[in-house]
Design a protein around this ligand. Structure first.
Ligand code: SAH
Length: 546
């Protein structure tokens, strides 16, 4: 039996796409597959060749307190990048900073941030010459099926004739939105229901790339208090770019359809380790304290301590820093290192106490337990939920809309640990080397997203996470690929055969359920209007509502 979504696609006579665009993109995928270094990138982002959770070993990266202090002697030091210098000098004044502050600066600092800084003009993070590739860049089919998923939701929720908003967070080159919009155009009633498209993008360069793809190179972009505006080539829809989702107005009349692909992994994480503190260090006896010394020393307590970033000692090498062998040593030795805070930081006092999942680690794992928490991810999930389901601040009489979140991270509810990774030129590198030039990402805690969403709004329910391979199969990827192969034609010829093989290779890569395959490591989570779990969405085991 054909998967439900594919039936819907066919019944609406969703036409075939031009094979040229297909081939170009798929061919790109195959070039990557031929090059072992490159082919590992999307998988590599999640550890195609290294274990996902063990990309760097915390003990090897943790320096002694002594070296932390030595590292602050920053005078006259040579830094690998302008951002490293800025960070190193700032830390010299403030002392070591939380990993989240380091990550935020590395990714989105105005000067030299990986996404936001123009260190190398014209630099592209994606693709062959960049640092990594993502699913939408591997095959157009990926974005088409995401588009179909939203069409199916729009149908299931009563085919609202207006007030639909398409929102994408972290849209990269705009490829996914382009593939989704082209697909949605095949369903005119849905296409006509869309009022506006919102793109949440921190990078000015990527914002322009998205505008060029979705609106045309000549289309003007204007600035307002909200953000940047242009007009989409599809249906002349207004597109608004904002830097955060908070800038997008919330209205109870709207049906937000929200896409997040490889966005959450780029948000800054705090990392903690559970340490056992002898009672003698935790109790400071007051002059009136008459209890015997033995009662103070007998019960060590468990405390979360935050991992902080500080400069490495000058003259460090990969050898002295024990850079793991799983990380390429092609970068200069890391400018920074992780140290464990000597006392509980502000974040260590409240973040690990903010969920029963984290609190349980004290008894289930005990001393040495590691924990990563991404407060920004919870903020985004809460925002999605209140747009869809309403919240005390933004009541919504009738919940509507959907969010589709695709990313990598544990799908079994376990908390991510030790998952920060650095990628440069399709290689794993130290996340603490060449700040601003290195892509940083971390596993997404899907259970934390679900918790934040359901806490923020009583009007939403969560489905998944399911493995990307399963989701795409249920959405009909096999049938879609067969249709594309048919469109290329099987009339012989080496060129055609190569095109067919490219399409198939890209498909196999997206659904690969091997230990490091994208189909297994990437997960899909959906937020939907609350319905007591009565209706399962398509791709998560449900059928398309007629
Ligand atoms: N979804 C795209 C791109 C993934 S890369 C794809 O799959 O190909 C991450 C994207 O998120 C980039 O567009 C980056 O500029 C954007 N981004 C990263 N951090 C951000 C932040 N804090 N706020 C807004 N956008 C951010």
């Amino acid at each position: 039996m054909r998967p439900a979504a594919f039936r819907a696609l066919r019944s609406a006579r969703c036409g075939l796409l031009q094979s040229t665009s297909l081939v170009e993109r798929a061919a790109l995928g195959s070039i990557r597959s031929l090059n072992p270094g490159l082919s590992s990138r999307p998988g590599a982002r999640l550890g195609a060749s290294v274990s996902r959770h063990r990309n760097f070993s915390a003990p090897a990266q943790l320096r002694s307190e002594k070296s932390e202090e030595q590292g602050q002697e920053v005078e006259g030091r040579k830094w690998s990048t302008p951002l490293a210098k800025q960070l190193g000098e700032a830390i010299g004044i403030t002392g070591p900073v939380p990993l989240a502050s380091y990550m935020r600066m590395c990714l989105t600092a105005d000067i030299g941030g990986y996404y936001t800084g123009a260190i190398e003009q014209g630099r592209d993070q994606f693709g062959l010459k960049g640092d990594f590739v993502t699913s939408p860049e591997i095959s157009q089919v990926f974005g088409e099926l995401c588009g179909i998923w939203f069409v199916a939701e729009w149908m299931a929720q009563g085919r609202q004739s207006q007030g639909v908003e398409l929102i994408e967070v972290g849209p990269g080159r705009g490829t996914l939105m382009d593939d989704m919009l082209r697909t949605i155009q095949r369903f005119p009633a849905m296409a006509n229901s869309i009022d506006a498209i919102y793109m949440v993008e921190a990078s000015p360069e990527l914002r322009v790339a998205q505008k060029n793809l979705l609106c045309g190179e000549d289309a003007p972009m204007t600035e307002s208090k909200v953000g940047y505006h242009s007009v989409c080539k599809y249906n002349a829809l207004p597109i608004v770019w904002t830097e955060t989702i908070k800038s997008i107005p919330i209205s109870s009349e709207k049906m937000p359809l929200i896409m997040a692909h490889e966005f959450f992994d780029a948000l800054p994480i705090h990392a903690f380790e559970l340490v056992s503190i002898p009672a003698s260090q935790t109790a400071t006896p007051s002059p009136s304290d008459t209890s015997s010394p033995s009662t103070k020393t007998s019960h060590p307590t468990l405390q979360w301590r935050e991992l902080l970033v500080s400069p490495t000692p000058e003259g460090s090498t990969h050898a002295t820093l024990n850079t793991p062998t799983s990380q390429s040593h092609h970068t200069p030795p890391p400018d920074f290192q992780l140290t464990l805070a000597k006392t509980p930081t502000r974040h260590a006092l409240y973040l690990p106490e903010s969920s029963p999942r984290y609190r349980a680690l004290k008894s289930t794992v005990g001393p040495g337990a590691l924990l990563e928490i991404c407060p920004d991810a919870s903020l985004y999930a809460s925002d999605f939920a209140s747009r869809i389901g309403g919240s005390p601040q933004h009541p919504k009489p009738k919940p509507s809309g959907a969010a589709l979140i695709l990313d990598y991270g544990p799908g079994d509810g376990t908390v991510p640990v030790n998952s920060l990774r650095g990628i440069r030129h399709h290689r794993h590198v130290s996340p603490l080397a060449e700040p601003g030039l290195t892509d940083l990402s971390a596993d997404v805690d899907f259970a934390a997203l679900a918790e934040a969403a359901t806490r923020a709004s009583e009007g939403v329910e969560v489905h998944g996470p399911v493995a990307q391979g399963d989701f795409l199969e249920m959405m009909g990827i096999r049938e879609r690929v067969e249709a594309l192969v048919k469109a290329i034609g099987d009339g012989g010829g080496e060129e055609k055969a190569a095109k067919v093989e490219d399409v198939k290779k890209a498909w196999r890569r997206l659904v690969d359920r091997g230990p490091n395959g994208m189909g297994k490591l990437y997960k899909v989570l959906a937020l939907l209007p609350e319905d007591n779990g009565r209706r399962r969405p398509v791709g998560f085991g449900g059928d398309v509502a007629a």
